[in-house]
Write a protein that binds this ligand. Structure first.
Ligand code: GCO
Length: 260
């Protein structure tokens, strides 16, 4: 399908070494894209690149922290010089701190906002400037259920992801005229290492999510690939500032009592 074809496109996926980032990177690669992966951890990056290469995908890796605008700027220059133009930016790198608001350390709150929100802005600005010059680009911000809903213990994460949703709309507003589509994906609850602590057997949260999700299960990271390809491709050329929730229906429903 030509509309969804990503041949000759290059996608930078921040934090694309595992979990949702990896599943989305794989989807993009299967649609033809060349991958560029960033990470803060050399060993994780090497492992991921070996995996991508074993699958036959063209992939390169760069080590930097998305919150360090100076180093990130140098690395974006290096990527464009060594690999070529970045056509697709997936702002996927993120962290979470689960701690009640009353005892959350300010330092932890700031770090979550810095990585999940400011980091996405830094990357969008750096890559966005290049996309503006080329009059072409796709930016996909990885939002969350917490872009819409609150939950005990995730104040910083919810504030950052709510902010990322609005940043998506704002960048879409400013850059649509440059033929750059900025959109977001809001994953529901997915089985990844990030959710491992709340998925373990015996944690009531596990049961809660399964019953709270109309589809009746945790998301499988591969469930995100189709939406990532859509938002990265020509197929979404008039889609601007949308957050597509891939959540098995959680946001569609008020939920149900335990006896139903
Ligand atoms: C939580 C957090 C995350 C979720 C996710 C939901 O509830 O602890 O919200 O762990 O994985 O981002 O979309």
């Amino acid at each position: 399908m030509k509309l969804f074809d990503l041949t000759n496109k290059r996608a930078l996926i921040t934090g694309g070494t595992h979990g949702l980032g990896m599943a989305m990177a794989e989807g993009l690669a299967q649609a033809g894209a060349e991958l560029v992966i960033s990470s803060t951890t050399p060993s994780k990056l090497e492992e991921a690149l070996a995996y991508y290469k074993s699958k036959g995908y063209k992939a390169s890796g760069y080590i930097f922290d998305v919150t360090d605008e100076k180093i990130a700027a140098e690395q974006i220059e290096a990527i464009e010089k060594n690999q070529g133009p970045i056509h697709i930016l997936v702002n996927n790198a993120g962290i979470i701190k689960r701690e009640p608001a009353v005892s959350m350390l300010i330092e932890d709150f700031r770090r979550v906002i810095d990585v999940d929100l400011v980091g996405a802005f830094i990357m969008s600005q750096l890559v966005g400037r290049k996309m503006i010059e080329r009059n072409e680009g796709k930016i996909i911000n990885i939002c969350s259920m917490m872009s819409e809903l609150g939950r005990n213990s995730v104040s910083a994460y919810a504030a950052a992801k709510g902010g990322l949703k609005m940043l998506t709309k704002n960048l879409a507003t400013e850059w649509a005229k440059h033929n750059i589509q900025v959109n977001g994906i809001g994953p529901g609850y997915f089985a990844t290492s990030q959710t491992e602590p709340i998925r373990v057997d015996g944690n009531p949260f596990n049961e809660f999510i399964i019953s709270r999700t109309p589809a009746g299960r945790w998301g499988d990271p591969e469930d995100l690939a189709g939406t990532a390809v859509f938002l990265a491709s020509e197929a979404s050329r008039f889609v601007n500032g949308q957050i597509i929730y891939v959540d098995g229906g959680i946001l569609a429903t008020i939920g149900k009592p335990s006896n139903e």
